[in-house]
Design a protein around this ligand. Structure first.
Ligand code: FBP
Length: 548
Protein backbone atom coordinates (compact mmCIF):
# COMPACT_ATOMS: atom_id res chain seq x y z
CA UNK A 1 0.00 0.00 0.00
CA UNK A 2 1.44 3.40 -0.96
CA UNK A 3 1.92 5.69 2.02
CA UNK A 4 2.34 9.43 2.15
CA UNK A 5 5.60 10.88 3.46
CA UNK A 6 3.77 12.20 6.53
CA UNK A 7 2.20 8.80 7.20
CA UNK A 8 5.62 7.14 7.12
CA UNK A 9 7.21 9.72 9.41
CA UNK A 10 4.19 9.77 11.72
CA UNK A 11 4.25 5.98 12.21
CA UNK A 12 7.38 6.42 14.33
CA UNK A 13 5.75 8.97 16.67
CA UNK A 14 5.84 7.81 20.28
CA UNK A 15 2.73 9.07 22.05
CA UNK A 16 3.37 10.92 25.30
CA UNK A 17 1.78 9.24 28.33
CA UNK A 18 1.14 10.07 32.00
CA UNK A 19 4.27 9.41 34.10
CA UNK A 20 2.43 6.71 36.05
CA UNK A 21 1.91 4.61 32.91
CA UNK A 22 5.63 4.39 32.14
CA UNK A 23 6.09 1.40 34.46
CA UNK A 24 4.09 -0.99 36.62
CA UNK A 25 0.99 0.57 38.19
CA UNK A 26 -1.22 0.05 41.20
CA UNK A 27 -4.91 0.98 41.32
CA UNK A 28 -5.73 3.39 44.14
CA UNK A 29 -9.38 3.67 45.18
CA UNK A 30 -10.81 7.14 45.66
CA UNK A 31 -14.20 8.17 47.02
CA UNK A 32 -17.19 5.89 46.52
CA UNK A 33 -19.47 7.41 43.90
CA UNK A 34 -23.14 7.97 43.16
CA UNK A 35 -24.94 8.87 39.97
CA UNK A 36 -25.30 12.54 39.02
CA UNK A 37 -29.08 12.28 39.54
CA UNK A 38 -31.85 9.74 40.15
CA UNK A 39 -29.62 7.77 42.55
CA UNK A 40 -32.27 5.36 43.79
CA UNK A 41 -33.44 4.30 40.32
CA UNK A 42 -29.91 3.92 38.92
CA UNK A 43 -28.81 1.95 41.98
CA UNK A 44 -31.74 -0.42 41.51
CA UNK A 45 -30.94 -0.92 37.82
CA UNK A 46 -27.21 -1.47 38.41
CA UNK A 47 -26.98 -3.43 41.69
CA UNK A 48 -23.56 -4.90 40.73
CA UNK A 49 -21.83 -1.86 39.26
CA UNK A 50 -23.32 1.08 41.18
CA UNK A 51 -21.40 3.15 43.71
CA UNK A 52 -17.89 1.88 42.89
CA UNK A 53 -14.96 4.19 43.67
CA UNK A 54 -13.09 6.44 41.24
CA UNK A 55 -9.72 4.81 40.52
CA UNK A 56 -6.35 6.42 39.97
CA UNK A 57 -3.29 4.58 38.72
CA UNK A 58 -0.07 5.31 40.55
CA UNK A 59 3.41 3.89 40.02
CA UNK A 60 3.82 0.50 41.74
CA UNK A 61 6.95 -0.23 43.79
CA UNK A 62 7.67 -3.50 42.02
CA UNK A 63 6.48 -4.89 38.68
CA UNK A 64 3.83 -7.55 39.03
CA UNK A 65 3.71 -10.79 37.04
CA UNK A 66 0.20 -10.83 35.53
CA UNK A 67 -1.53 -13.74 33.80
CA UNK A 68 -2.05 -13.50 30.03
CA UNK A 69 -5.47 -12.17 29.10
CA UNK A 70 -7.52 -12.17 25.89
CA UNK A 71 -9.25 -8.86 25.23
CA UNK A 72 -11.85 -7.78 22.64
CA UNK A 73 -12.28 -4.27 21.26
CA UNK A 74 -15.16 -2.56 19.45
CA UNK A 75 -15.30 0.82 17.70
CA UNK A 76 -18.83 2.19 17.92
CA UNK A 77 -20.55 5.05 16.07
CA UNK A 78 -19.07 7.91 14.07
CA UNK A 79 -15.36 8.00 13.30
CA UNK A 80 -13.12 10.20 15.45
CA UNK A 81 -9.39 10.84 15.04
CA UNK A 82 -7.30 8.71 17.39
CA UNK A 83 -9.35 5.50 17.53
CA UNK A 84 -6.43 3.45 16.23
CA UNK A 85 -4.21 4.80 19.00
CA UNK A 86 -6.71 3.70 21.64
CA UNK A 87 -6.40 0.19 20.21
CA UNK A 88 -2.59 0.47 20.07
CA UNK A 89 -2.59 1.58 23.72
CA UNK A 90 -4.71 -1.40 24.76
CA UNK A 91 -2.43 -3.73 22.79
CA UNK A 92 0.80 -2.34 24.27
CA UNK A 93 -0.73 -2.31 27.76
CA UNK A 94 -1.84 -5.94 27.78
CA UNK A 95 1.43 -7.06 26.13
CA UNK A 96 3.52 -5.13 28.67
CA UNK A 97 1.73 -7.00 31.46
CA UNK A 98 2.12 -10.36 29.73
CA UNK A 99 3.46 -10.94 26.22
CA UNK A 100 1.08 -13.88 25.70
CA UNK A 101 -2.01 -11.68 26.01
CA UNK A 102 -4.06 -11.35 22.83
CA UNK A 103 -6.29 -8.68 21.33
CA UNK A 104 -9.30 -9.32 19.08
CA UNK A 105 -11.14 -6.64 17.12
CA UNK A 106 -14.84 -7.03 16.34
CA UNK A 107 -15.53 -5.95 12.79
CA UNK A 108 -17.76 -3.00 11.82
CA UNK A 109 -18.86 -2.04 15.29
CA UNK A 110 -21.03 -3.70 17.92
CA UNK A 111 -22.67 -5.76 15.17
CA UNK A 112 -19.38 -7.69 14.89
CA UNK A 113 -19.80 -9.01 18.43
CA UNK A 114 -23.35 -10.18 17.79
CA UNK A 115 -22.53 -11.64 14.36
CA UNK A 116 -19.26 -13.22 15.56
CA UNK A 117 -17.30 -11.23 13.02
CA UNK A 118 -13.79 -10.63 14.35
CA UNK A 119 -10.05 -10.64 13.66
CA UNK A 120 -7.01 -11.04 15.85
CA UNK A 121 -5.00 -7.83 16.04
CA UNK A 122 -1.34 -8.78 15.87
CA UNK A 123 1.70 -6.53 16.28
CA UNK A 124 2.05 -6.14 12.48
CA UNK A 125 -1.49 -4.87 12.13
CA UNK A 126 -1.22 -2.53 15.10
CA UNK A 127 2.06 -1.06 13.79
CA UNK A 128 0.45 -0.40 10.42
CA UNK A 129 -2.14 1.88 12.06
CA UNK A 130 -0.25 3.70 14.82
CA UNK A 131 -0.99 7.46 14.84
CA UNK A 132 -3.29 7.20 11.82
CA UNK A 133 -6.80 8.61 11.52
CA UNK A 134 -9.91 6.63 10.70
CA UNK A 135 -11.43 3.48 12.13
CA UNK A 136 -10.54 1.28 9.16
CA UNK A 137 -8.38 -1.13 11.15
CA UNK A 138 -11.57 -2.95 12.20
CA UNK A 139 -14.33 -0.59 11.01
CA UNK A 140 -17.16 0.93 13.00
CA UNK A 141 -20.94 0.70 13.04
CA UNK A 142 -24.06 2.04 14.73
CA UNK A 143 -25.72 -1.20 15.85
CA UNK A 144 -27.00 -0.57 19.38
CA UNK A 145 -26.12 -3.24 21.96
CA UNK A 146 -29.27 -3.08 24.04
CA UNK A 147 -31.05 -6.43 23.98
CA UNK A 148 -30.38 -9.45 26.18
CA UNK A 149 -30.31 -11.71 23.08
CA UNK A 150 -27.43 -9.61 21.70
CA UNK A 151 -25.53 -9.86 25.00
CA UNK A 152 -26.00 -13.63 25.08
CA UNK A 153 -25.00 -14.03 21.43
CA UNK A 154 -21.93 -11.87 22.11
CA UNK A 155 -21.03 -13.97 25.12
CA UNK A 156 -20.90 -17.09 22.95
CA UNK A 157 -18.02 -15.70 20.88
CA UNK A 158 -16.33 -14.14 23.90
CA UNK A 159 -16.32 -17.58 25.56
CA UNK A 160 -15.12 -19.26 22.38
CA UNK A 161 -12.16 -16.86 22.13
CA UNK A 162 -11.58 -16.98 25.89
CA UNK A 163 -11.99 -13.19 26.01
CA UNK A 164 -12.06 -11.91 29.59
CA UNK A 165 -12.53 -8.24 28.86
CA UNK A 166 -14.23 -6.15 26.22
CA UNK A 167 -13.36 -2.51 25.51
CA UNK A 168 -16.12 -0.46 23.85
CA UNK A 169 -14.93 2.77 22.28
CA UNK A 170 -17.93 5.03 21.72
CA UNK A 171 -20.05 8.04 22.59
CA UNK A 172 -22.60 8.57 25.36
CA UNK A 173 -25.07 5.98 24.09
CA UNK A 174 -22.42 3.32 23.40
CA UNK A 175 -20.89 3.83 26.84
CA UNK A 176 -24.34 3.66 28.44
CA UNK A 177 -24.86 0.34 26.66
CA UNK A 178 -21.35 -0.79 27.69
CA UNK A 179 -22.37 -0.23 31.29
CA UNK A 180 -25.62 -2.15 30.89
CA UNK A 181 -23.57 -4.97 29.37
CA UNK A 182 -21.05 -4.83 32.24
CA UNK A 183 -23.90 -5.06 34.74
CA UNK A 184 -25.51 -7.98 32.89
CA UNK A 185 -22.28 -9.99 32.53
CA UNK A 186 -21.51 -9.42 36.19
CA UNK A 187 -25.04 -10.38 37.26
CA UNK A 188 -24.92 -13.70 35.38
CA UNK A 189 -21.31 -14.40 36.39
CA UNK A 190 -20.16 -14.42 32.77
CA UNK A 191 -16.58 -13.63 33.76
CA UNK A 192 -16.24 -10.83 31.17
CA UNK A 193 -15.27 -7.31 32.20
CA UNK A 194 -16.52 -4.36 30.11
CA UNK A 195 -14.61 -1.07 29.90
CA UNK A 196 -15.67 2.08 27.97
CA UNK A 197 -13.60 4.78 26.26
CA UNK A 198 -14.96 8.31 25.56
CA UNK A 199 -15.12 8.99 21.81
CA UNK A 200 -16.93 11.55 19.64
CA UNK A 201 -15.85 14.54 17.61
CA UNK A 202 -19.04 16.23 18.88
CA UNK A 203 -17.37 16.81 22.27
CA UNK A 204 -20.61 16.13 24.14
CA UNK A 205 -19.35 13.22 26.24
CA UNK A 206 -17.66 15.11 29.03
CA UNK A 207 -18.36 15.97 32.64
CA UNK A 208 -16.65 16.66 35.96
CA UNK A 209 -14.51 13.55 35.57
CA UNK A 210 -14.13 13.08 31.80
CA UNK A 211 -12.41 16.22 30.47
CA UNK A 212 -13.12 15.64 26.81
CA UNK A 213 -14.02 12.99 24.28
CA UNK A 214 -11.25 12.06 21.89
CA UNK A 215 -11.36 13.33 18.31
CA UNK A 216 -12.86 16.70 19.23
CA UNK A 217 -9.40 18.29 19.29
CA UNK A 218 -8.32 17.11 15.83
CA UNK A 219 -11.68 17.58 14.12
CA UNK A 220 -11.99 21.17 15.40
CA UNK A 221 -8.44 21.92 14.30
CA UNK A 222 -9.15 20.61 10.79
CA UNK A 223 -12.36 22.64 10.51
CA UNK A 224 -10.68 25.73 11.96
CA UNK A 225 -7.86 25.49 9.45
CA UNK A 226 -10.35 25.50 6.58
CA UNK A 227 -12.57 28.17 8.15
CA UNK A 228 -9.45 30.33 8.53
CA UNK A 229 -8.64 29.75 4.86
CA UNK A 230 -12.17 30.77 3.90
CA UNK A 231 -11.97 33.86 6.11
CA UNK A 232 -8.76 34.85 4.39
CA UNK A 233 -10.32 34.24 1.01
CA UNK A 234 -13.34 36.34 1.87
CA UNK A 235 -11.13 39.08 3.27
CA UNK A 236 -9.18 39.02 0.00
CA UNK A 237 -12.05 39.07 -2.51
CA UNK A 238 -14.42 41.03 -0.24
CA UNK A 239 -17.51 39.95 -2.13
CA UNK A 240 -18.97 36.88 -0.41
CA UNK A 241 -20.70 35.93 2.78
CA UNK A 242 -19.75 32.33 3.61
CA UNK A 243 -22.30 30.23 5.52
CA UNK A 244 -20.53 27.23 7.07
CA UNK A 245 -22.43 24.41 8.76
CA UNK A 246 -20.35 22.36 11.18
CA UNK A 247 -20.98 18.81 12.37
CA UNK A 248 -22.21 18.09 15.83
CA UNK A 249 -25.50 16.23 15.79
CA UNK A 250 -26.85 17.96 18.85
CA UNK A 251 -24.47 20.09 20.93
CA UNK A 252 -22.72 23.17 19.48
CA UNK A 253 -19.28 22.50 20.99
CA UNK A 254 -17.62 22.18 17.57
CA UNK A 255 -19.07 25.47 16.27
CA UNK A 256 -18.12 27.23 19.52
CA UNK A 257 -14.55 25.88 19.51
CA UNK A 258 -14.09 26.82 15.84
CA UNK A 259 -15.41 30.31 16.61
CA UNK A 260 -12.90 30.68 19.46
CA UNK A 261 -10.12 29.58 17.11
CA UNK A 262 -11.07 31.66 14.06
CA UNK A 263 -13.11 34.66 15.31
CA UNK A 264 -15.77 34.70 12.57
CA UNK A 265 -18.33 37.50 12.16
CA UNK A 266 -21.21 35.31 13.33
CA UNK A 267 -21.48 32.00 15.13
CA UNK A 268 -24.88 30.67 16.15
CA UNK A 269 -24.98 28.52 19.30
CA UNK A 270 -28.05 26.25 19.36
CA UNK A 271 -28.18 26.08 23.15
CA UNK A 272 -28.45 29.89 23.33
CA UNK A 273 -31.15 29.98 20.66
CA UNK A 274 -33.18 27.53 22.72
CA UNK A 275 -32.53 29.28 26.04
CA UNK A 276 -33.65 32.61 24.56
CA UNK A 277 -36.66 30.95 22.91
CA UNK A 278 -35.60 32.44 19.57
CA UNK A 279 -37.44 31.79 16.34
CA UNK A 280 -35.88 31.09 12.98
CA UNK A 281 -36.82 34.66 12.13
CA UNK A 282 -34.84 35.96 15.12
CA UNK A 283 -31.76 34.05 13.92
CA UNK A 284 -32.22 35.38 10.38
CA UNK A 285 -32.68 38.95 11.64
CA UNK A 286 -29.55 38.69 13.77
CA UNK A 287 -27.39 37.51 10.88
CA UNK A 288 -28.95 40.05 8.49
CA UNK A 289 -28.32 42.87 10.94
CA UNK A 290 -24.62 41.93 11.16
CA UNK A 291 -24.47 41.86 7.34
CA UNK A 292 -26.15 45.29 7.21
CA UNK A 293 -23.85 46.82 9.82
CA UNK A 294 -20.77 45.55 8.05
CA UNK A 295 -22.15 46.86 4.74
CA UNK A 296 -22.41 50.35 6.27
CA UNK A 297 -18.65 50.16 6.80
CA UNK A 298 -18.14 49.02 3.22
CA UNK A 299 -17.60 45.39 4.18
CA UNK A 300 -19.87 43.27 2.02
CA UNK A 301 -18.28 40.03 3.13
CA UNK A 302 -18.16 37.81 6.16
CA UNK A 303 -18.21 34.35 7.67
CA UNK A 304 -21.07 32.69 9.55
CA UNK A 305 -20.76 29.43 11.51
CA UNK A 306 -23.87 27.31 12.01
CA UNK A 307 -24.07 24.20 14.22
CA UNK A 308 -25.54 21.13 12.56
CA UNK A 309 -28.19 20.61 15.23
CA UNK A 310 -29.60 24.17 15.13
CA UNK A 311 -33.03 23.34 13.69
CA UNK A 312 -33.92 21.04 16.58
CA UNK A 313 -33.05 23.71 19.13
CA UNK A 314 -35.37 26.37 17.68
CA UNK A 315 -38.46 25.89 19.85
CA UNK A 316 -40.91 26.79 17.05
CA UNK A 317 -39.16 24.43 14.59
CA UNK A 318 -39.17 21.70 17.22
CA UNK A 319 -42.96 22.08 17.53
CA UNK A 320 -43.39 22.08 13.76
CA UNK A 321 -41.26 18.93 13.39
CA UNK A 322 -43.19 17.20 16.19
CA UNK A 323 -46.56 18.00 14.57
CA UNK A 324 -45.25 16.97 11.15
CA UNK A 325 -43.93 13.66 12.53
CA UNK A 326 -47.26 12.97 14.09
CA UNK A 327 -49.36 14.09 11.17
CA UNK A 328 -47.37 12.21 8.52
CA UNK A 329 -47.24 9.05 10.65
CA UNK A 330 -51.02 9.00 10.86
CA UNK A 331 -51.74 10.07 7.27
CA UNK A 332 -48.90 8.41 5.38
CA UNK A 333 -51.08 6.57 2.86
CA UNK A 334 -53.13 9.65 1.99
CA UNK A 335 -50.00 11.82 1.77
CA UNK A 336 -48.33 9.44 -0.66
CA UNK A 337 -51.32 9.68 -3.04
CA UNK A 338 -50.88 13.43 -3.37
CA UNK A 339 -49.02 14.76 -6.36
CA UNK A 340 -45.53 16.02 -5.42
CA UNK A 341 -46.33 19.53 -6.63
CA UNK A 342 -49.37 19.63 -4.31
CA UNK A 343 -47.75 18.20 -1.18
CA UNK A 344 -46.60 21.47 0.25
CA UNK A 345 -50.04 23.07 -0.07
CA UNK A 346 -51.60 19.91 1.39
CA UNK A 347 -49.38 20.06 4.49
CA UNK A 348 -50.01 23.79 4.91
CA UNK A 349 -53.77 23.12 4.86
CA UNK A 350 -53.50 20.40 7.54
CA UNK A 351 -51.18 21.85 10.19
CA UNK A 352 -52.18 24.05 13.10
CA UNK A 353 -52.20 27.78 12.28
CA UNK A 354 -48.85 28.53 13.90
CA UNK A 355 -47.00 25.59 12.36
CA UNK A 356 -48.64 26.03 9.00
CA UNK A 357 -47.44 29.67 8.84
CA UNK A 358 -43.91 28.66 9.78
CA UNK A 359 -43.93 25.80 7.26
CA UNK A 360 -45.21 28.13 4.54
CA UNK A 361 -42.38 30.59 5.27
CA UNK A 362 -39.67 27.97 4.68
CA UNK A 363 -37.84 27.80 1.35
CA UNK A 364 -39.15 25.07 -0.97
CA UNK A 365 -36.13 22.74 -0.58
CA UNK A 366 -36.19 22.77 3.20
CA UNK A 367 -39.96 22.29 3.34
CA UNK A 368 -39.53 19.25 1.11
CA UNK A 369 -36.75 17.84 3.30
CA UNK A 370 -38.96 18.24 6.35
CA UNK A 371 -41.82 16.32 4.82
CA UNK A 372 -40.01 13.64 2.86
CA UNK A 373 -36.70 12.50 4.30
CA UNK A 374 -37.64 10.40 7.30
CA UNK A 375 -35.68 7.82 9.26
CA UNK A 376 -36.92 4.29 10.03
CA UNK A 377 -38.58 5.57 13.23
CA UNK A 378 -40.65 8.05 11.21
CA UNK A 379 -38.67 11.09 12.34
CA UNK A 380 -37.43 13.91 10.17
CA UNK A 381 -33.70 13.53 9.66
CA UNK A 382 -32.65 16.97 10.78
CA UNK A 383 -29.00 16.43 9.89
CA UNK A 384 -30.02 16.23 6.22
CA UNK A 385 -31.55 19.69 6.37
CA UNK A 386 -29.24 22.11 4.64
CA UNK A 387 -29.39 24.78 7.34
CA UNK A 388 -26.51 26.65 5.74
CA UNK A 389 -28.56 27.05 2.52
CA UNK A 390 -31.73 27.79 4.46
CA UNK A 391 -30.11 30.62 6.40
CA UNK A 392 -28.22 32.03 3.41
CA UNK A 393 -31.45 32.15 1.43
CA UNK A 394 -33.54 33.60 4.25
CA UNK A 395 -30.91 36.23 5.09
CA UNK A 396 -30.79 37.18 1.39
CA UNK A 397 -34.59 37.56 1.33
CA UNK A 398 -34.59 39.64 4.51
CA UNK A 399 -31.89 41.95 3.14
CA UNK A 400 -33.89 42.39 -0.07
CA UNK A 401 -36.89 43.48 2.04
CA UNK A 402 -34.71 45.91 3.97
CA UNK A 403 -33.28 47.24 0.72
CA UNK A 404 -36.80 47.90 -0.58
CA UNK A 405 -37.53 49.77 2.65
CA UNK A 406 -34.31 51.76 2.25
CA UNK A 407 -32.80 50.28 5.41
CA UNK A 408 -29.92 48.47 3.70
CA UNK A 409 -27.73 49.53 0.84
CA UNK A 410 -25.07 46.84 0.59
CA UNK A 411 -24.46 43.91 -1.74
CA UNK A 412 -25.06 40.35 -0.61
CA UNK A 413 -23.73 37.22 -2.31
CA UNK A 414 -23.38 33.96 -0.42
CA UNK A 415 -21.41 30.70 -0.59
CA UNK A 416 -22.36 27.65 1.46
CA UNK A 417 -20.23 24.88 2.98
CA UNK A 418 -20.70 21.87 5.25
CA UNK A 419 -17.70 20.55 7.17
CA UNK A 420 -18.11 17.24 8.94
CA UNK A 421 -16.74 14.11 7.33
CA UNK A 422 -13.60 16.05 6.31
CA UNK A 423 -12.44 16.12 9.93
CA UNK A 424 -13.56 12.81 11.37
CA UNK A 425 -10.72 10.69 9.99
CA UNK A 426 -7.86 13.19 10.01
CA UNK A 427 -4.50 12.02 11.34
CA UNK A 428 -4.81 12.66 15.09
CA UNK A 429 -3.18 15.81 16.44
CA UNK A 430 -0.45 15.24 19.02
CA UNK A 431 -3.07 15.83 21.69
CA UNK A 432 -5.42 13.16 20.33
CA UNK A 433 -2.55 10.77 19.52
CA UNK A 434 -1.28 11.07 23.13
CA UNK A 435 -4.71 11.19 24.78
CA UNK A 436 -6.03 8.20 22.84
CA UNK A 437 -2.97 6.05 23.39
CA UNK A 438 -3.14 6.89 27.11
CA UNK A 439 -6.88 6.08 27.23
CA UNK A 440 -6.19 2.69 25.64
CA UNK A 441 -3.25 1.95 27.90
CA UNK A 442 -5.35 2.97 30.92
CA UNK A 443 -8.13 0.63 29.74
CA UNK A 444 -5.58 -2.22 29.84
CA UNK A 445 -4.68 -1.24 33.42
CA UNK A 446 -8.38 -1.32 34.38
CA UNK A 447 -8.61 -4.79 32.84
CA UNK A 448 -5.50 -5.94 34.73
CA UNK A 449 -7.00 -4.54 37.94
CA UNK A 450 -10.12 -6.70 37.36
CA UNK A 451 -12.49 -3.73 36.92
CA UNK A 452 -15.77 -3.68 35.04
CA UNK A 453 -18.37 -0.97 34.36
CA UNK A 454 -15.63 1.68 34.27
CA UNK A 455 -14.75 4.30 31.68
CA UNK A 456 -11.09 4.84 31.00
CA UNK A 457 -10.19 8.35 32.13
CA UNK A 458 -7.16 10.55 31.57
CA UNK A 459 -7.31 13.92 33.31
CA UNK A 460 -5.31 17.11 33.82
CA UNK A 461 -4.67 17.11 30.08
CA UNK A 462 -3.97 20.82 29.77
CA UNK A 463 -0.73 20.13 31.67
CA UNK A 464 2.26 18.41 30.02
CA UNK A 465 1.47 14.72 29.39
CA UNK A 466 3.69 13.33 32.13
CA UNK A 467 1.45 15.14 34.65
CA UNK A 468 -1.74 13.62 33.24
CA UNK A 469 -3.74 11.48 35.67
CA UNK A 470 -4.79 8.03 34.48
CA UNK A 471 -7.65 6.16 36.09
CA UNK A 472 -11.17 4.83 35.83
CA UNK A 473 -14.59 6.33 36.44
CA UNK A 474 -17.62 4.14 37.21
CA UNK A 475 -20.00 4.71 34.30
CA UNK A 476 -23.01 4.69 36.64
CA UNK A 477 -21.58 7.88 38.19
CA UNK A 478 -22.36 9.77 34.96
CA UNK A 479 -25.91 8.51 34.62
CA UNK A 480 -29.39 9.90 35.11
CA UNK A 481 -32.85 8.85 33.98
CA UNK A 482 -34.14 10.31 30.70
CA UNK A 483 -37.15 9.69 28.51
CA UNK A 484 -36.11 7.80 25.36
CA UNK A 485 -38.69 6.56 22.84
CA UNK A 486 -41.41 7.14 25.39
CA UNK A 487 -39.70 5.18 28.20
CA UNK A 488 -37.56 6.29 31.16
CA UNK A 489 -34.02 4.90 30.66
CA UNK A 490 -30.72 5.19 32.52
CA UNK A 491 -28.33 7.15 30.27
CA UNK A 492 -25.09 9.10 30.48
CA UNK A 493 -26.01 12.78 30.54
CA UNK A 494 -25.18 14.45 27.20
CA UNK A 495 -23.05 17.55 27.74
CA UNK A 496 -24.50 20.52 25.86
CA UNK A 497 -22.79 23.92 25.69
CA UNK A 498 -23.15 25.59 29.08
CA UNK A 499 -24.16 29.21 28.70
CA UNK A 500 -22.52 30.02 32.03
CA UNK A 501 -19.33 28.16 31.09
CA UNK A 502 -16.05 29.91 30.29
CA UNK A 503 -15.91 28.96 26.57
CA UNK A 504 -19.36 30.44 25.80
CA UNK A 505 -18.77 33.47 28.02
CA UNK A 506 -15.48 34.20 26.26
CA UNK A 507 -17.22 33.94 22.89
CA UNK A 508 -20.14 36.12 24.04
CA UNK A 509 -17.79 38.80 25.36
CA UNK A 510 -16.06 39.08 21.98
CA UNK A 511 -18.70 38.41 19.37
CA UNK A 512 -19.84 42.03 18.87
CA UNK A 513 -16.31 43.05 18.09
CA UNK A 514 -15.81 40.06 15.76
CA UNK A 515 -19.13 40.85 14.04
CA UNK A 516 -18.35 44.44 13.13
CA UNK A 517 -14.60 44.39 12.79
CA UNK A 518 -12.63 41.88 10.79
CA UNK A 519 -10.70 40.06 13.49
CA UNK A 520 -10.14 36.75 11.73
CA UNK A 521 -7.54 34.33 13.06
CA UNK A 522 -5.92 31.86 10.67
CA UNK A 523 -4.93 28.76 12.66
CA UNK A 524 -3.31 26.96 9.69
CA UNK A 525 -2.93 23.19 9.41
CA UNK A 526 -2.29 20.86 12.33
CA UNK A 527 1.44 20.62 12.98
CA UNK A 528 2.83 17.23 13.90
CA UNK A 529 6.52 18.16 14.14
CA UNK A 530 7.97 21.29 15.64
CA UNK A 531 7.92 23.41 18.78
CA UNK A 532 5.56 22.27 21.52
CA UNK A 533 3.64 25.58 21.57
CA UNK A 534 2.70 24.91 17.94
CA UNK A 535 2.18 21.14 18.10
CA UNK A 536 0.75 20.47 21.56
CA UNK A 537 -1.96 23.16 21.95
CA UNK A 538 -5.20 21.80 23.38
CA UNK A 539 -8.56 23.18 22.27
CA UNK A 540 -9.53 26.63 23.54
CA UNK A 541 -12.61 24.98 25.06
CA UNK A 542 -10.48 22.71 27.22
CA UNK A 543 -8.06 25.50 28.16
CA UNK A 544 -10.93 27.77 29.24
CA UNK A 545 -12.79 25.02 31.07
CA UNK A 546 -9.75 23.82 32.95
CA UNK A 547 -8.34 27.28 33.80
CA UNK A 548 -8.58 27.46 37.55
P1 FBP B 1 -20.82 9.90 17.19
O1 FBP B 1 -21.64 10.64 18.19
O2 FBP B 1 -21.22 8.49 17.00
O3 FBP B 1 -19.35 10.03 17.48
O4 FBP B 1 -21.02 10.59 15.75
C1 FBP B 1 -21.10 11.95 15.65
C2 FBP B 1 -21.30 12.42 14.23
O5 FBP B 1 -20.06 12.62 13.58
C3 FBP B 1 -22.14 13.69 14.22
O6 FBP B 1 -21.33 14.83 14.31
C4 FBP B 1 -22.91 13.58 12.94
O7 FBP B 1 -24.15 14.22 13.05
C5 FBP B 1 -23.10 12.11 12.79
O8 FBP B 1 -22.03 11.50 13.45
C6 FBP B 1 -23.15 11.65 11.36
O9 FBP B 1 -23.46 10.30 11.34
P2 FBP B 1 -23.15 9.32 10.14
O10 FBP B 1 -21.69 9.03 10.20
O11 FBP B 1 -23.94 8.10 10.45
O12 FBP B 1 -23.51 10.01 8.88
Amino acid sequence: MTKSALQIARAAYQPKVPAALKGAVKAVDGEMTQSVADQEEIKKLFPNTYGMPVITFEPADAPQELPAVNVGVILSGGQAPGGHNVIAGIFDGIKAANKDSRLYGFILGPGGLVDHNYMELTADIIDEYRNTGGFDMIGSGRTKLEAKEQYDKGLEILKQLNIKALVIIGGDDSNTNACVLAEYYKAIGAGVQVIGCPKTIDGDLKNEVIETSFGFDTACKVYSEVIGNIERDCNSARKYWHFIKLMGRSASHIALECALQTQPNVCIISEEVEAKNQSLDDVVNYIASVVATRAENGNNFGTVLIPEGLIEFIPAMKNLIAELNDFLAHNEAEFKQIDKTEQRAYIISKLSKENSELYASLPEGVARQLSLDRDPHGNVQVSLIETEKLLAEMVGNRLAEWKAEGKYKGKFASQVHFFGYEGRCAAPSNYDADYCYSLGYTASCLINAGKTGYMSSVRNTTAPADQWIAGGIPVTMMMNMERRHGEMKPVIQKALVKLDGAPFKTFAANRENWAVNTEYVYPGPIQYFGPTEVCDQTTKTLQLEQAK
